[in-house]
Design a protein around this ligand. Structure first.
Ligand SMILES: Cc1ncc(C[n+]2csc(CCOP(=O)(O)OP(=O)(O)O)c2C)c(N)n1
Ligand SMILES: [Mg+2]
Length: 763
């Protein structure tokens, strides 16, 4: 047996075609290939050509790999029948494709004469920056012109956003918003039989069905390419059909991916169903997998040679060849001529694509990750919403807490951006578990403000998919602890889209999360999560948190502007325990209420924190959210009881960190106390202390008060593991009294400080 199965299936195909008898007569290519079918001879030949190109690209991927010029060998061999879906969908139907949809892409590329599917794919295989879709960042199926956003390798994670995109099409129509694609478009998402089992996929089917049974339009085509195996694990016989044929709200279709006319009929019926009824369909395309899972997969480790050869005999290209030759559409020579012609063209391009430019610097790699135009963002944030007659106006002169101010900020957002959508569990009639969205459903209607099912992956998927279409989603996640249920939708999907598409696709959104700890009377860990580590290390994400009402409105304006101008994904963390807080220093002082709604034109500039007590010179305290509120109280006691004056910086931006401002404020006093209500491990505190130490060295002394590395307990015990006013005060005192250079040191000053630290000063 040849260890090189690529060579084996290549030779098998060539020999098979050579052995075919040419048909006695030519057939009319405009006639259906079989009685009663829609597929014509001409389209069949066109589809076979796409299959051949797809196969040649798989062989090319391995040839390039062998020369160490290509870097990706997961192919589509055996799945080429999916070309029928490429034919039957329009080039404007958004497609979210998995790695084996090469036949579909080969056919779809033909819908735009300016695309060259063969060359573009080769450029992607060699990771050239000329690759039109990813700019050299990954081998992906994608095309900006053809509405195919690139997908990650995480199986099934594209399904929730495909559902979101489908929902977005009809939602935009309902709200009479312009769409970049025709209003009867449908979304398509492909995946394998093993991926069907992933909870992310199951969640997407469930979400689509849940909406569909409520008569909400969800025009999505789920395309399951079933080759019966996931890497080495076989899918139980009949599993896909049995698990999907009776799903509520989703209609099941099936076709033989090895038989183009049969696959074509099934795909046509499924696509017609979705387009006309605006309801989801599941197209089960039965395929085989040739060439193992990837070039690196040694299939003989889990399949016998006989099994491998038996599957190879089912190569769909053999079936297609037999069809076109027996039908008198092509002679064996003509078919082989086309196959060898594509191969020759591909090989002729190897040299050119291998020499095509690659990404060489970190700057180039990151160019599309997180576009940023701070001036334009600020201008957009300052832009006033249009005046609307009869709109609910927020009376000035009334004192409001944070929750009420966020409500006003959201009302403004929904008015300013007609394309905005606000949704999540309980946000509509109930107004959210903390009443932050009260009244918005009534004011803006259920088209714009709506409840979702209880599934955080589906909520974020809705946001991402709708955002692909130019909508501006403002999803809500009920608690920070439940972001974890769905974080891959932010990490793997949302924040990677601009990166992997060379900023040709964007999914801007502002994700509101009720966050952090310190809630009295309600709690325990699951409603008081105090870790943002999982968010902060997501490349390109922006994380902001207001501690007070007026800041919330100004930050929200900027967050939305970041999404609009630069396509950014922003997490807007709302400190639950401060939602209703009125007072700062004493009961009844009302100092944590906002006196007025910031007038339009006021917005927080990119990364700017808020500084309190600018005149103070003894110490700098930096914090955010609940820690900020406690730090301000501690600062007052420091001054009143000890005569120590601390300036206090509210970070407001948790990712990225504004190290310039941190350095400035730290140097201003030479002493920096970081109060981080998040857990020490992976918390902000460590990043800030390290960042300031690296920048300032001995010129700044640092100290850190942070949450303990534990889950939070229920009841008052929670306070024992979170930073408290007394602890902040003690740490501030210790730092203020710590000897050593509190002012940037000259070498002489540094020596004096060392003496002082050892109790030797003045000797
Ligand atoms: C979430 C996730 N887990 C594991 C993997 C590794 N992985 C890649 S493909 C694959 C099997 C997928 O099988 P199937 O869905 O049947 O698609 P096929 O490769 O057979 O076309 C696995 C486990 C992954 N990419 N993503
Ligand atoms: Mg499979």
């Amino acid at each position: 047996m040849s260890a090189n199965r690529a060579q084996a299936i290549d030779q098998q195909f060539v020999q098979f075609v050579r052995g075919l008898e040419p048909a006695a007569h030519r057939t009319d290519p405009s006639a259906p290939v079989r009685e009663g079918l829609r597929l014509t001879g001409a389209t069949l030949v066109d589809l076979v050509e796409a299959q051949l190109q797809c196969r040649i690209l798989d062989l090319a991927a391995r040839e390039l790999r062998a020369k160490d010029q290509g870097y990706y060998t997961i192919g589509s061999a055996g799945h080429e029948g999916n070309a029928v879906v490429g034919e039957l969908l329009r080039g404007t139907d958004p497609c979210f494709l998995h790695y084996r949809s090469g036949g579909l892409m080969a056919q779809r590329f033909k819908k735009d004469p300016t695309c060259d599917g063969l060359r573009d794919t080769l450029l992607s295989l060699v990771a050239s920056s000329d690759d039109p879709i990813s700019g050299g960042r990954h081998k992906v199926w994608g095309s900006a012109k053809l509405w195919v956003p690139p997908q990650t390798s995480t199986i099934a994670s594209q399904l929730p956003k495909a559902v979101g995109c489908a929902v977005g099409i009809d939602r935009a129509k309902r709200l009479k918003l312009p769409l970049p694609i025709p209003t009867d478009s449908i979304a398509c998402v492909s995946f394998g039989d093993a991926s069907l089992n992933h909870s992310t996929a199951q969640g997407a089917f469930n979400a689509a069905g849940w909406m569909s049974v409520q008569q909400l339009p969800v025009p999505v085509l789920f395309l399951c390419e079933d080759n019966g195996i996931g890497i080495s694990v076989p899918t139980p016989e009949g599993w896909v059909q049995r698990s999907m044929a009776g799903r509520p709200g989703i209609t099941y279709f099936t076709g033989d991916g090895r038989d183009l006319p049969d696959a074509y009929e099934a795909a046509a019926a499924a696509i017609d169903h979705v387009r006309t009824t605006r309801r989801p369909a599941f197209l089960h395309l039965r395929t085989v997998r040739l060439l193992g899972h990837a070039g690196s997969d040694i299939e003989t480790e889990y399949r016998s040679l006989e099994e491998i050869e038996a599957v190879e005999r089912l190569d769909p290209l053999l079936e297609s060849a037999r069809l076109v030759v027996e039908a008198g559409l092509l002679t064996p020579d003509e078919l082989l001529g086309r196959y060898e012609g594509i191969r020759a063209r591909a090989r002729g391009l190897y040299d050119e694509v291998s020499k095509a430019p690659k990404l060489t610097s970190a700057r180039e790699v990151m160019a599309s990750l997180a576009p940023l135009h701070p001036d334009q963002v600020l201008a957009e944030a300052r832009r006033a919403p249009p005046a609307v007659e009869g709109a609910r106006k927020a009376p000035q002169g009334r004192q409001r807490h944070l929750a009420a101010m966020i409500n006003i900020g959201l009302q403004e957002a929904l008015r300013k951006y007609p394309e905005s959508l606000l949704f999540g569990e309980d946000v509509a009639r109930k107004g959210g578990v903390y009443h932050v969205t009260t009244g918005l459903w009534k004011e803006f209607g259920p088209g714009k403000v709506f409840n979702t099912l209880l599934d955080e992956q589906a909520i974020l998927g809705l946001a991402l998919g709708a955002a692909h279409l130019g909508l501006l989603p403002i999803p809500e996640i009920q608690y920070l602890a439940y972001v974890h249920n769905a974080e891959d939708q932010l990490r793997g999907e949302a924040c990677s889209l601009q990166y992997f598409s060379n900023d040709q696709f964007r999914n801007p959104c502002v994700v509101r999360v009720a966050a952090f700890a310190y809630q009295k009377g309600f709690g325990g860990h699951f409603h008081n999560d105090n870790s943002v580590a999982v968010l902060r290390d997501i490349p390109g994400i922006v994380v902001v948190t207001p501690s007070r009402g007026d800041d919330a409105i100004e930050l929200l304006r900027t967050a939305l502007a970041l999404a609009k101008v630069d396509g950014r994904v922003v997490c807007f963390l709302e400190p639950i325990a401060l939602y209703m807080t009125k007072d700062l220093y004493e009961d009844g002082d009302g100092l944590w209420l906002s006196q007025e709604v910031p007038p339009p034109g006021k917005a927080t500039p990119w990364l700017e924190g808020r500084l309190y007590h600018e005149e103070a010179r003894d110490l700098t305290i930096v914090s955010y959210a609940n820690g900020l509120w406690r730090s301000l109280r501690a600062a007052r006691r420091l001054e009143r009881e000890h005569g120590i004056k601390a300036r206090v910086l509210d970070l407001r931006w948790l990712q990225p960190l504004n190290l310039d401002q941190l350095e400035r404020e730290a140097r201003a006093t030479g002493k920096l106390l970081v109060v981080d209500e998040c857990r020490r491990a992976g918390g902000l505190g460590e990043s800030i202390v390290a960042g300031v130490n690296l920048r300032c060295g001995e010129a700044v002394q640092t100290s850190l008060v942070a949450g303990e590395d534990t889950y939070l307990p229920l009841g008052p015990a929670m306070q024992a593991v979170l930073p408290q006013e007394a602890g902040i005060l003690a740490a501030a005192l210790e730092l203020a009294r710590r000897s050593g250079p509190s002012v940037p040191a000259s070498p002489a000053g540094r020596a004096a400080a060392t003496l002082a630290a050892h109790g030797l000063a003045g000797r």
